[in-house]
Every structure is written in structure tokens, then in C-alpha cells.
Design a protein around this ligand. Structure first.
Ligand SMILES: [Zn+2]
Length: 168
């Protein structure tokens, strides 16, 4: 699906989801949407679900930890990509912090932090991109990479009886 109107005209919605996430969320939050924006909202909502389901690949690396990360921990001036275990052990030292591990979580965090639309736009792009990279999207992602990223399918868990027979 491509944008047929607006500042990202002719660009793929999935590309804008990575490169200008605050624009996508702005459309989704409009109360009186055009038919087209209704369609974009449905499309993006589904892709956001997919985005959140894609497992993290990045390693925690905190004091030699080799777990896969679970979240991004944002402090006043720095960010850490940590597994839950390391986050628990650092809680007291961090003091005030925010945890981001979803698409909307990232955009909302930035929206609370900055007032100007420009700063919101740039910083939500940086955080969403970093989140996507932690989930395996290449650094200079092409539209092909992005579409591959969003075509992630959750592995189906084997049913109980299948497991039972597989064990024999
Ligand atoms: Zn860890």
C-alpha cells in the first residue's frame, strides 16, 4: 500500500512506518479521517502488531551477559538495550527510567519528551529504527528489506499431541 496524498505521496506505507513513524501515528490519531486515512490506519495497525511480534536479535552485552535483549531502557541522557534479568538487577541504580519495547511505546515516549513536531519526527524515527534494527532490520534498509521485515510470521507452536508422538 502506497500513500496517494500528503507529504509522503507515492511512498510505501511500510517505508514511512520506519522513516517517519510520528506521521503514521498522527494519521492513526485523527478523529475525522478520510476514507484513505482509515485504510492506512487499518493497514498500519496490523503491521504494528507484526512489528511487535518480531523477536529481538540483539544481545544484551551488559557486563558480559549473553541473553537476547527484551527492551530498551531509557534514562535521562542515555539508553541501554537490556534483557529482563539485567534490568531487574539495575533497577535501583537507574533511578527514574522508561522501558520501551513496542512501536507505539517508542513513539509515545518521544511524544512525551519533545514539544516540537520536528523534534518528535526526528527522534521517533531514530528510536523506531533502532528498535527495528534490534529486531534484525539492516542498517541501510531498502524497501525490499523493510517489506521482508514486515512479512514476519510467528512460528506455530506444535500442538500437544504432536509433541507427544514426537517424543516417542
Ligand atoms: Zn542481560
Amino acid at each position: 500500500m502506497d500513500f496517494s496524498v500528503g507529504k509522503h505521496e507515492n511512498k510505501a506505507v511500510i517505508e514511512v512506518m520506519i522513516k517517519d513513524p510520528s506521521y503514521i501515528v498522527w494519521i492513526m490519531n485523527q478523529s475525522n479521517k478520510s476514507k484513505f486515512h482509515e485504510k492506512v490506519t487499518l493497514f498500519a495497525a496490523h503491521r504494528i502488531e507484526v512489528f511487535n511480534k518480531i523477536p529481538f536479535q540483539r544481545k544484551c552485552n551488559f557486563g558480559g551477559c549473553e541473553n537476547t535483549i527484551d527492551c530498551c531502557v531509557l534514562l535521562k541522557t542515555e539508553s541501554h538495550w537490556l534483557c529482563d534479568t539485567c534490568l531487574q538487577s539495575m533497577r535501583d541504580e537507574f533511578g527514574r527510567y522508561s522501558v520501551v519495547n513496542t512501536y507505539m511505546g517508542a513513539v509515545n515516549y518521544i511524544t512525551c519528551l519533545f514539544d516540537s513536531p520536528k523534534a518528535r519526527g526526528e527522534n521517533s524515527m531514530l528510536l523506531v529504527r533502532e528498535l527495528a534494527r534490534a529486531k534484525g532490520l539492516p542498517k541501510r534498509a531498502t524497501l525490499f528489506d523493510i517489506s521482508k521485515f514486515f512479512s514476519y510470521v510467528e512460528p506455530v507452536k506444535p500442538k500437544l499431541y504432536e509433541k507427544f508422538f514426537a517424543d516417542e
